[in-house]
Design a protein around this ligand. Structure first.
Ligand code: PGA
Length: 251
């Protein structure tokens, strides 16, 4: 079974409810009817409205969640709360959360099974920083993050994951990984998953993220192991995001 390409719009802390409505009003009528899974990740206040507008064609994902179902965790949101809204996926371990908000591998190890338990598809982000790449540590960093973040997930559940390879030096910098760098890292991630579950090797979808634009999306997504893209800056304008979705649908 070939893997369906997957493109997710990570809006970060952008777009009010009104801006979410305007974006979806423009994007939804133009989307290819099939051949690509499309996901939007709005900030929490826009999730419910996005679910209403997206219907079945586009899945709505949150950008984070807490690992507990409920509790004394001021400012946090749980997986069952997101599911109740109709949210279908959740970004976990984005490098901005790791860098600015102290997201740890230990917490991620607990968040992944909690997400699946609640019926949310996790989109796990991993990636090396510039010093690690320059120091030849990319492979070691990626396998270490995978081992730690997937530690509490059963092997049988691995194929339900989406993983995003997001080199930190490429995020928001305009300096994307080359197609060869993306392919090499993503093939390594697939191998690492395969060591635990051979069937997940072919099933798990692994995305590239980091300065994906209409002009470079096709060459990245056309790589054999690259199953799609996690798009930040270029996902804020439907005129930029749509050609990326179309490139994935053609891949
Ligand atoms: P970017 O962000 O496309 O703006 O580089 C990607 C991401 O952070 O997921």
């Amino acid at each position: 079974m070939p893997r369906t390409p997957y493109v997710a719009a990570n809006w970060k802390m952008h777009k009010t409810v009104a801006e979410t409505e305007a974006f979806l009003g423009e994007l939804l009528p133009k989307l290819p009817a099939n051949g690509v899974d499309v996901v939007v990740c709005p900030p929490y206040p826009s999730l419910a409205r996005a679910v209403e507008l997206c219907g079945e064609r586009v899945a709505v994902a949150a950008q984070n969640m807490h690992e507990a179902d409920s509790g004394a965790f001021t400012g946090e949101v749980s997986a069952p709360m997101l599911r109740e809204l109709g949210v279908r996926a959740v970004v976990l371990g984005h490098s901005e959360r790791r860098q600015h908000f102290g997201e740890s591998d230990e917490a991620l190890a607990r968040k992944l099974p909690a997400a699946l338990e609640a019926g949310l598809q996790p989109i796990l982000c991993i990636g090396e920083n510039e010093a690690q790449r320059d120091g030849g540590e990319t492979e070691e960093v990626l396998t270490r993050q995978l081992d730690a973040d997937l530690a509490e997930l059963s092997d049988a559940h691995l194929e339900q994951l989406v993983i995003a390879y997001e080199p930190i030096w490429a995020i928001g910098t305009g300096r994307n990984a080359t197609p060869e760098q993306a392919q090499e890292a993503i093939a390594l991630i697939r191998q690492t998953v395969a060591f635990r579950n051979a069937e997940a090797e072919d099933a798990v979808r692994i995305l590239y993220g980091g300065s994906v634009k209409p002009g470079n999306a096709a060459e990245l997504i056309d790589q054999p192991d690259v199953d799609g893209a996690l798009v930040g800056g270029a996902s804020l304008d439907p005129g930029d995001f749509l050609p990326i979705v179309e490139a994935a649908a053609r891949a």
